[in-house]
Ligand binder design. Structure first.
Ligand SMILES: Nc1ncnc2c1ncn2[C@@H]1O[C@H](COP(=O)(O)OP(=O)(O)OP(=O)(O)O)[C@@H](O)[C@H]1O
Length: 784
């Protein structure tokens, strides 16, 4: 091997091929490889009797070797294995270009024993197809003999789902996409979606990805366009299975733009520094799905919304996009926004890890990236205005009263203890009893009064009330206004504003005569949960123009606010994307359960927004699937609460031991409850049973103890295993008094409760258990 510096190509399977405990040594090896392959201590060796003569192994430490390919000016890093395994993998690995798709593939030749990162070998695939054919034959024969018998009740949920690729033929997949024969045959004949996706997880590489995309509803043509690599009309340099392709062809295919989701390039010192920045090579940092990459790079002509189910990488896209924009223009003022301080903190860390080189802003309105909640933005705007003597007049315009100094804040306004409680008594008698609720007033105020900057009764009487349920006559509006006046009087007396008022005043300050936008680009995560006043602020923070607002959201995860149309609040979505549809977090088995919880809810309104669609809207065959597979969720019914505590404490004991055996910390277990009260009772009950768990509120999740938190707090987090505790009838749905004041409010409350369960179920990366006592929540599928 020459002593010339080389550029590196990292295969997507590389980071997961070794244990994190040796990450430091792997990183050091990569640095040496990049700088100088003749470096002392690397001991790069060719292999005898190998399938591909370009394969080498390099020393990582006394026990591990790296398997790589010497491709002239490039080294392709394939994986790191224990010493003996490395030689087995290296002997069978070969690099070829797929003759139909032109994509580069690193494969394991016939006869290998399948220890290359769990991927199928050529021969294992053949065996899988043969087994499936035998199964089909047996099924046909038994169907011929006996009538079907009704199935017994099962102890685990079962979601029979048809194979989404059953409508294709194996010839289409091989002939048009270049999928291997056995993979294609298995894919079209798999008995169910679950089995298909489980198998695809082991197919790996671009073939696995292409079939996942097809299974999620992407058309054959689109899939071909995404993964095919050709110069002109034909791919060049392809070879048959088992035959390594020419080095030039492999390099051309592996370094092509379309291959970025499979191969990460480290071409110069800067790219090396970036890749090594966090000490490991998390897949989310280096291998984006082509759709994710599209939204990272997309230049938009105005506000753009990216929707996607839980765990599809919306936050990942947002983080990459912020870093991409900051690198492109280091002077740009980029504001990244999320819903809670915990989420903001998480995003800030991800940005730092992905782009240690990018400029973080010294303050809001300064060049670089700021990561804040919109409430923090409002607070800073108000503070600046107070210092500049501009606050009183802005407050006056929005609230009808104003002060020169910074006001205090009234209760956070989450449903429950609310400053509205007392003001409601002042409402006129014309107001029907069902509307005398904190929920009604809070929504009316957030959605109509504040966004309309209404300070006089006369204006409220005339105000349009888009998106609100119950129609209000003139006298009823007068009655409502009496309470609103009282609310504002109370605010004045306390010299305090609520957070929606703060957002509205901040928006008025920014758009007023002396106001200027504070950001050039705003990126919003968890968009589904913001109130209209926050949207007005988001709109006011950034001047209208290209790439102004990029919004990631999932209407299925709305657990706070009401459904609404952004266009009503000055945000005209000009580009409406397809959803991201591939879930990276949870398993297909958990996802199926989570989706069943949503199935009976109607979340349609969100799908209709956006006057100018850049893409066709979703259609029926669009699906939301997971790239990961695991055990079915565990259902844990109990006779009563004591039994439920007993059962879950036993489960936790087992889980803690299991995850520790796997080298994970017990903090990767999460227990989620509907309310804080239930959380605290759970912590006590576990204490009595000798199981240590830690309640989590605002602070960080503990590392070495299972974390217990509410479903609300769990938003945006993830755990390896999750227990949804207390999913009993009467617990979920939980409608707080006055939250169902009319049909629409009732429906929205129900959707929020379904969404809470959905959020909870999609926090589990690997295993999910659901417990309840007596009767289960009616939202649980097939629960008994
Ligand atoms: N391209 C990728 N490769 C590997 N892992 C990925 C990729 N994209 C996302 N992930 C992982 O999937 C998980 C979910 O990603 P992320 O939190 O960005 O999703 P989300 O859509 O924002 O989820 P939610 O809406 O549930 O908060 C994370 O662990 C993330 O690291």
């Amino acid at each position: 091997m020459t002593a010339q510096p080389k550029q590196l190509i990292m295969d997507r399977g590389f980071p997961s091929s070794y244990d994190r405990s040796i990450a430091g040594r792997v990183t050091a090896t990569i640095e040496k490889l990049f700088k100088d392959t003749s470096a002392n201590g690397l001991h790069i060796e060719p292999i005898q009797n190998c399938a591909d003569k370009r394969v080498r192994t390099a020393r990582v430490d006394d026990f591990h070797r790296m398997v790589l390919f010497d491709l002239g000016g490039w080294l392709l890093l394939y994986g790191v294995y224990p010493h003996d395994d490395a030689y087995v993998v290296a002997a069978k690995a070969y690099a070829r270009v797929n003759p139909t798709s032109g994509a580069a593939e690193i494969r394991q030749a016939e006869g290998s024993d399948g220890n290359a990162k769990g991927r199928y070998t050529d021969s294992e695939l053949k065996a899988l197809v043969e087994a499936r054919a035998a199964e089909l034959l047996a099924e046909r024969q038994s169907n011929d003999l006996e009538p079907p018998t009704p199935t017994l009740q099962e102890t685990e949920p079962s979601f029979p789902s048809v194979n989404p690729l059953a409508g294709y033929t194996a010839e289409q997949l091989t002939g048009q996409l270049g999928i291997d024969d056995p993979v294609a045959e298995y894919a079209v004949g798999a008995p169910s979606e679950e089995e298909l996706l489980t198998a695809l997880g082991r197919v790996g590489g671009w073939q696995g990805d292409a079939l996942m995309d097809l299974a999620s509803g992407t058309s054959l043509d689109e899939v071909r366009a995404t993964y095919s690599i050709s110069e002109g009309s034909e791919p060049i340099g392809g070879t048959e299975i088992g035959v390594p392709s020419e080095t030039d062809a492999v390099v051309r295919a592996a370094t092509a733009g379309q291959a970025a989701s499979q191969f990460h390039l480290i071409e110069d010192d800067e790219a090396l520094a970036r890749a090594l920045a966090s000490g490991n090579f998390d897949a989310w940092r280096l291998f984006l799905h082509p759709d994710q990459q599209e939204y990272v790079d997309k230049e938009t002509s105005g506000p753009f919304r990216l929707s996607g189910g839980a765990g599809t990488g919306k936050t990942v896209v947002l983080v990459h996009r912020a870093v991409r924009v900051a690198r492109q223009n280091p002077n740009a003022r980029i504001l990244v926004v999320s819903f809670t301080r915990n989420l903001v903190e998480m995003i800030r860390e991800q940005i730092r890890s992905l782009g240690p080189d990018v400029r973080m802003a010294d303050g809001l309105g300064q060049p670089g990236i700021s990561v804040l909640t919109l409430d923090q933005v409002a607070h800073r705007v108000l503070e600046d205005a107070a210092r500049a003597g501009r606050l009183a007049s802005a407050m006056e315009a929005v609230l009808g009263w104003g002060i020169r100094r910074m006001p205090d804040y009234r209760s956070a306004g989450a449903y429950g203890a609310s400053p509205w409680e007392e003001s409601i008594d002042a409402a006129g008698t014309e107001l029907p009893e069902n509307l005398r609720s904190v929920h009604f007033f809070q929504s009316e105020y957030q959605e109509i009064v504040l966004p309309g900057q209404i300070t006089q009764e006369i204006d409220y009487l005339r105000a349009p009330r888009p998106g609100r349920g119950t129609r209000l006559g003139r006298n009823q509006r007068r009655a409502v206004w009496q309470a609103v006046s009282q609310y504002r009087d109370d605010g004045l007396a306390a010299q305090a504003v609520d957070w929606d008022e703060a957002a509205t005043v901040a928006a008025a300050l920014l758009t007023g005569d002396e106001g200027t936008p504070l950001a050039d680009h705003v990126l919003i995560d968890e968009g589904q949960d913001f109130t209209p006043t926050r949207w007005k602020l988001a709109r006011a923070v950034v001047a209208e123009g290209p790439d102004d607002l990029f919004i990631a959201e999932d209407s299925h995860q709305r657990i706070y606010g009401n459904r609404m149309v952004l266009g009503h609040y000055g945000i005209k979505i000009v580009g409406r994307s397809r959803r991201l549809r591939l879930n990276y977090r949870t398993t297909e088995q958990n996802l199926q359960l989570a989706l069943k919880v949503l199935a009976a809810g109607s979340y349609d309104l969100d799908e209709t927004e956006g006057e100018h669609m850049e893409h066709a809207p979703e259609h029926d065959r669009d699906r939301y699937i997971s790239s990961r597979s695991g055990p079915r969720p565990m259902l844990l019914p109990a006779e009563d609460l004591v039994q439920e505590y007993d059962g879950v404490s036993e489960l936790l004991r087992t889980w803690v031991a299991e995850v520790q055996d796997m080298g994970l910390k017990a903090g990767t277990l999460g227990i989620l409850t509907r309310t804080k009260k239930e959380r605290d009772a759970f912590v006590r009950a576990m204490g009595e049973r000798g199981v240590a768990v830690a309640p989590v509120d605002t602070r960080d999740v503990p590392e070495s103890t299972p974390a217990v938190m509410t479903l609300h707090r769990a938003k945006g987090t993830e755990f390896s295993r999750v227990v949804l505790f207390g999913v009993s009838e009467g617990s979920i749905p939980k409608f707080f008094a006055g939250s169902t004041y009319d049909d629409q409010a009732q429906e929205q409350s129900s959707l929020r409760e379904r969404s809470l369960l959905y959020v909870g179920a999609t926090r589990a990366r690997d295993m999910l258990a659901i417990s309840w006592s007596r009767e289960a929540s009616p939202y649980l599928p097939r629960a008994r």
